[in-house]
Write a protein that binds this ligand. Sequence first.
Ligand code: SF4
Ligand code: SF4
Length: 187
Amino acid sequence: MTETITFRQEVLNLLHASEGNPINFCIQCGTCSGTCPVAGFMDHSPRQIIAMINAGMKEEVMNSNTFWYCASCYHCTVRCPQEINITGLMYAMKRYSIWKGKYKEGLIGPTFSEAFVKMIVRTGRSFEPVLAPSYIFSFNMRGFLQEVQNATELMLKGRLPLLPARIKRLEKFRSVIGRIIPMGGLE
Ligand code: SF4
Ligand code: SF4
């Protein structure tokens, strides 16, 4: 008989090997939300998103910008009285979201992350001109022109190459990457 795994269990599995206690240890004290420097920009605070995962509210969680706005500062994680790795959870939710291809529309994070992973799988290095289209069009005209001007100046000074460089032993690098991220559909 096939067992159906719940959303909460999927998230717990994603965090299985991470440090810290499982998210069902959360006592909803709100320390993480009170500590988070970007909570004001999130659809749901870290405390709320944990409560929603524990309640199995998959659609609402997947449509939240919370984990995409996380700045990975680790403030919440070091202050959590239950020693939950909240930052690890935010990373895990980003991976889960990309894996499932489900995220809130209009966010820069998923497009940027996907472009970044494709880039490093292909060459082993980050290359700004390939990443820029994933976010530059969300800027206003002034910001857009400023970015173009900065990039042009960097290129003229030889600080931004015209073509991406490839690392040596790329195949070895890919085999390492293949073990730590889901590769489906990235090439
Ligand atoms: S600080 Fe820890 S225990 Fe408190 S709400 Fe956040 S995750 Fe839950
Ligand atoms: S790691 Fe993320 S969720 Fe935690 S306090 Fe920093 S920005 Fe907020």
